[in-house]
Design a protein around this ligand. Sequence first.
Ligand SMILES: NC(=O)c1ccc[n+]([C@@H]2O[C@H](COP(=O)([O-])OP(=O)(O)OC[C@H]3O[C@@H](n4cnc5c(N)ncnc54)[C@H](OP(=O)(O)O)[C@@H]3O)[C@@H](O)[C@H]2O)c1
Length: 237
Amino acid sequence: MELSGKVALVTGASSGIGKAVTLTLLREGVNVAACARSQYRLDELREEAESLPGTLIIGSVDVGAEDQMHAFVEKARMLLGTINIVIANAGFGIMKPLVEMKLEEFDEVLSTNVRGVWITLHQTVPAMVEQGGGDVIIISSLSGKSGFAGGTAYSASKFAVRGLAQSLMHEVRQYDVRVVAVFPGSTDTRFFDGTPLSPDRDKILTSENVADVILHALHTPRRALTSEIDIRPANPK
Ligand SMILES: NC(=O)c1ccc[n+]([C@@H]2O[C@H](COP(=O)([O-])OP(=O)(O)OC[C@H]3O[C@@H](n4cnc5c(N)ncnc54)[C@H](OP(=O)(O)O)[C@@H]3O)[C@@H](O)[C@H]2O)c1
């Protein structure tokens, strides 16, 4: 499918997978509305994207805050036009055993990883249904398919995202809106900073590996839908 000239919204675009997807789409000539909370990291993204063919707009948005997301989506529509692609990617983890975790920490993870995804889609998918087409990519995790010690908040949030994605896929496919859930394994990003997890950074996935499978899903002919994609390091040991 030709992507040049389309408009994409990417959340969590200031680093890691979201940044790699944003740069990949801009290289394809897609115009991208990219958001995250950190303004200075978004400014760095803008500098890196300067010579790429697609147009980039950036916005400082907390995905858990509906008013902020609403304002950014409106700005994106005004400056770039109809949104054809949404990449609901923003997320983070607090990895601790339940016996050590505070309720506030659980709420924080769920607010970004589940509520934030729902808000992002609630602000964008109705227009896709109305216009009769679009592509929604939702980033879950392999932790959304199997639990692990320390994952009572993170893994729970990513299982929830899988249920959200599957349900939405069934709701909107009749309007030619394709919903793809992506389940990455360990990927070398800032995600691991501040967590007790320490994979071998040289062996796990790169953000670009994940961006490539997302691009592949977007290029799939419109009558086909790869509804779930697992991607994991080939040999993490
Ligand atoms: N790295 C992995 O091994 C891995 C594996 C499977 C799935 N994932 C998932 O992949 C997604 C991207 O993570 P990553 O690995 O690329 O980590 P990352 O480098 O830490 O990127 C996370 C992005 O999400 C943004 N973000 C976090 N909380 C936000 C909020 N409340 N509102 C708006 N933006 C927010 C961050 O920007 P700001 O801090 O500037 O807001 C950043 O741009 C996440 O959903 C993560 O769960 C990661």
